[in-house]
Ligand binder design. Structure first.
Ligand SMILES: [Fe+2]
Length: 383
């Protein structure tokens, strides 16, 4: 048995600071709490108490800037065409983020040899028809398709919206510490498919062949069959697709201290984490606020997708996508915090359903992502 190493107790305080970081922040007069953290929020950190809000910079020149995308403007080719595909938005050598808005059954079978694909279902219902068996989908599902697994998506209706995380490294579940094996979700709730072949006849092109669109090193090749390549009548092993819904994730919370977003991680590799900020009670203890301090998460870039709900009572348009580069301060400006303090009270149940991806290597945006950029972040438009 391996015991986790103890955390360092070697911390210093200099000058004016809060006695307990993160507690009593709203009582500071003309001083703003700000943190700089390594390894996400798990490494060495420091809190700085500043005279100005660090997010109030006047302008940025250069590429390290926030991006806020209106996901409703994105038009992957699978929105209009059954033989279309998903749209790449952000990428680095470890992970890429895509959107699919597939409106019809696929006329090909997909197989990704570049990495695992983690689909998050934002809108729509239907079935992932995989060679391990069908996986029905609904909003809030994460559907994990391991690298190389063949599948076809069969939407039940024309309106579907998927956020896709493609991972070069195998995706596993995040380890968020000694909280027991059934928290924050019971692994027995994974939906694992059984073979159930049907004769729906989808997955064929105009000439009646069954093409398999193979993604290899970022390029697409097509392998043609005279039979449906999804034809397995059985499988056994420890490699398989599965799904789990966000309703089965029970957030870890504390009444007396706001936990960092990493406490809400669900999937991880060595190079990024995927997490979800989900409905939960707001911290009720005096002096505790329901958001992190201003921060620079300097070893990671942060990406956020709005699935549903509000940002602590403030409107957050569904399918918004935000990118927050490392090194640049972010956090809610004081005027927005004032609105939140009026809107939500300690102990209220917040309704946010946000999905986040924090990456160790810098994420680059594609031209298609930049083309759907909002001029003003959705929260900053609120007064
Ligand atoms: Fe952040």
């Amino acid at each position: 048995m391996e015991i986790r190493p103890m955390r360092s107790w070697i911390h210093h305080s200099r000058g004016e600071v809060l006695r307990q970081a993160g507690v009593g922040r709203q009582d500071l007069v003309g001083i703003y709490e700000d943190m700089i953290t390594r390894q996400g929020f798990e490494g060495r950190d420091a809190y700085l108490y500043r005279r100005n809000e660090p997010v109030k910079f006047k302008r940025i020149e250069g590429s390290a800037a926030y991006l806020d995308l209106d996901g409703k403007l994105l038009e992957p080719t699978d929105l209009a065409f059954a033989d279309g595909g998903q749209l790449k938005l952000f990428y680095n050598p470890d992970v890429s983020i895509w959107v699919s808005r597939r409106s019809e059954n696929m006329t090909y079978t997909a197989r990704n040899a570049d990495g695992d694909e983690l689909y998050f279902v934002h809108e729509g219902t239907g079935v992932f028809y995989t060679e391990f068996g069908p996986i029905p989908y609904e909003p809030g599902d994460y559907v994990l398709l391991p690298k190389g697994v063949s599948y076809r998506i069969r939407p039940a209706g024309p309106v579907n919206y998927f956020l896709i995380v493609e991972s070069a490294e195998e995706i596993g579940f995040a380890d968020i510490g000694p909280i027991g094996r059934r928290a924050p979700f019971d692994p027995a709730l994974l939906y694992v498919p059984s073979p159930e072949l049907d004769e729906l006849g989808d997955g064929r092109n105009e000439t009646g062949e069954w093409p398999v669109r193979l993604k290899y090193d970022g390029q697409y090749s097509t392998v043609f069959y005279d039979f449906d390549p999804i034809d397995a009548v059985g499988w056994k092993g420890d490699l398989f697709p599965f799904k789990i819904n966000i309703r089965d994730f029970r957030p870890i919370t504390s009444d007396r201290i706001h936990l960092q977003p990493t406490a809400h991680s669900i999937f991880a590799t060595r190079s990024y984490i995927v997490g979800n900020l989900l409905p939960r009670p707001i911290e009720a203890a005096p002096g505790v606020e329901p958001v992190p301090a201003y921060h620079r998460n300097v070893d990671m870039d942060e990406f956020v997708f709005v699935h549903g709900g509000t940002a602590l009572g403030l409107e957050a348009p569904a399918a918004s996508l935000s990118f927050l580069p490392r090194g640049l301060h972010h956090g809610l400006p004081e005027e927005i915090m004032e609105q939140i303090r009026k809107t939500v009270k300690p102990g209220d149940y917040i309704d946010m359903e946000f999905i986040f991806v924090d990456t160790a290597r810098p994420l680059l945006a594609t031209q298609e992502a930049l083309a759907s950029k909002r001029q003003q972040h959705y929260l900053k438009g609120k007064k």
